[in-house]
Design a protein around this ligand. Structure first.
Ligand code: FES
Length: 498
């Protein structure tokens, strides 16, 4: 499909038909120069499937205002008051037009003009529907947030549901059942602690980090993010006096930390189970990493914008979804080896410890080395499951891979933000962080396409070698990425099973 910009100030979003899955979308944009914007695209019409493919501009000439093409609105994803995430804003019709009501303090912003009765003004953007010249289908374009730059959509995420498509929804139901059984076994505490409910996002983060049971960790993550997004938790708390301190290492229930089975002794049928188990373990640590970056670095960076917390809260929710999907798939594939019955490791947290005093280092090593390595390895893992005919696991891993690209994007976004704040060059600073915080080569082969989508161009990672002092890490094995470790686990198991 041709995606030439019809006017210099617009960027291509998608065919209109692709927007019929949800009523609102979070769009993550990046400019040619590497700047980011997040927009919410609202589609307020529930009609749309029967629209003629004609060419229109906004205002879509000759069409009534009620026409679905005139029911598209775009605005910046953060509230201009104190930075709330507007993705869960209520939409209301009033005398002057349609307004989005911020979930935190209920300021309302006209979706067309951005004006609010409070005097504040949100950034809103014109949406156009144009017929694509080649495919003759209506496509959606939005006014660029900054003039003179080319912008592209890195991610278009449907907002109305946490599990956006039927595959995810089905897997989510399965995971709920599987998680319930883990909860019953564990006899865990309630989601809201008996000794009082956290009142800030940072308090929730520390509570979740100190939650040893994985199912309760997932449930508390879902609950806290929901509260945060819907305005029931309107305080981040990173500027408060005496914020709670995150644990050096998040505790784990013994059942989920001891090695109980030698993977080489597993029968061939269990090889996939070993892999799913290893990946679920990584996802459990990844939930903690998303909360830890907020709790550990939020208070020491009071200038960091609320969008940082929105991004990492979304990441925590994604990781909890991944964990649930993998545990569910593991339970379905191999009921005799539920999560917690196979060997696990804490390789990912060893890098978290190494980077616990520097946000820049944390973003570089965890999100742009470990997570980026996941982008390289995932396609091979998916292919292995595909060859074995395991379509359900393929579906699960594809969901995870798509999300992981956006997580590396988040890492890149905030790494470049902090570099800009500090007046340093992102590429050379990243390479320096890796030299100091990593031992050994940044290994390929690289999934250059997925890395580039996430913002990691080749100059970031090619010919890069870590030289971290031996004393900084006690165990050299920890420098093997967690994903590679999982891959190694399954390779051993495959070979043992042959
Ligand atoms: S009204 Fe949106 S953050 Fe206060």
């Amino acid at each position: 499909m041709a995606s030439e910009t019809p006017e210099p100030e617009c960027f291509f979003v998608s065919p209109y038909a692709d927007l019929l899955t949800h009523n609102r979308f979070l769009l993550t944009l990046r400019s040619q120069e590497g700047r980011y914007h997040s927009l919410i695209l609202f589609r307020l019409s529930s009609v749309g499937e029967q629209i003629d493919a004609r060419s229109y501009h906004t205002p879509n000439e000759g069409l009534p205002t009620s026409h679905p093409y005139n029911q598209l609105y775009a605005m910046e994803s953060t509230c201009p008051h104190l930075g709330a995430d507007m993705s869960h804003a209520e939409i209301e019709e009033c005398e002057t037009g349609i307004v989005a009501v911020c979930p935190w303090h209920r300021y309302d912003f006209d979706l067309r003009t951005g004006h609010s009765e409070t005097g504040l003004r949100a950034c809103t953007y014109t949406v156009q529907v144009k017929e694509d010249e080649e495919d003759r289908i209506p496509c959606v374009w939005i006014q660029s947030p900054e003039q003179g730059s080319k912008w592209r959509v890195l991610e278009r995420r449907g907002i109305s549901e946490e599990f956006a498509d039927p595959v995810k929804a089905k897997l989510s139901e399965e995971s709920a059942t599987s998680n319930d059984s883990i909860s019953e076994q564990a006899g865990v505490e309630p989601i809201i602690p008996l000794d009082g409910e956290p009142t800030t996002l940072i308090q929730w983060a520390v509570l979740i980090l100190n939650t040893p049971n994985p199912t309760l960790k997932v449930q508390r993550t879902q609950h806290a993010v929901h509260l945060f997004r819907t305005g029931k938790l309107a305080s981040i708390g990173h500027k408060n006096k005496n914020p709670p301190i995150p644990p050096a290492v998040p505790p784990r229930e013994e059942n989920y930390t001891r090695n109980t089975v030698d993977p080489r002794k597993l029968a061939k049928r269990k090889n996939a189970a070993v892999m799913l188990h290893a990946l679920a373990n990584i996802e459990q640590w990844a939930i903690d990493l998303a909360w830890d970056i907020m709790a550990r670095f939020g208070p020491s960076h009071p200038d960091i914008p609320p969008a940082f917390f929105s991004d990492f809260a979304r990441m925590a929710l994604d990781e909890s979804k991944h964990f649930s999907l993998l545990v569910s798939r593991l339970a379905a594939l191999s009921p005799s080896t539920p999560y917690g019955s196979l060997p696990v490791h804490a390789g990912l947290w060893e890098s978290a410890t190494v980077t616990s005093t520097s946000l820049r280092s944390r973003l570089a090593i965890i999100h742009l080395v470990h997570e980026a390595r996941g982008l390289d390895v995932n396609p091979g893992t998916i292919e292995r499951f595909r060859r074995s005919g395991d379509k359900e696991s393929v579906a699960t891993l594809e969901v995870i891979h798509t999300d992981e690209v956006t997580h590396v994007t988040t890492g890149h976004r905030w790494f470049t933000w902090i570099c800009e704040r500090d007046g340093v060059d992102p590429v050379s600073t990243f390479r320096e962080e890796v030299r100091c915080g990593w031992r050994g080569d940044i290994k390929g082969p690289f999934n250059a396409e997925a890395r580039e989508t996430a913002g990691l161009t080749r100059e970031f990672y090619e010919d890069l070698h870590g030289e971290m002092d031996q004393l900084a890490v006690q165990n050299q094995e920890s420098q093997q990425t967690a994903v590679e470790r999982a891959s190694a686990d399954v390779t051993v198991a495959y070979e043992a099973g042959k």
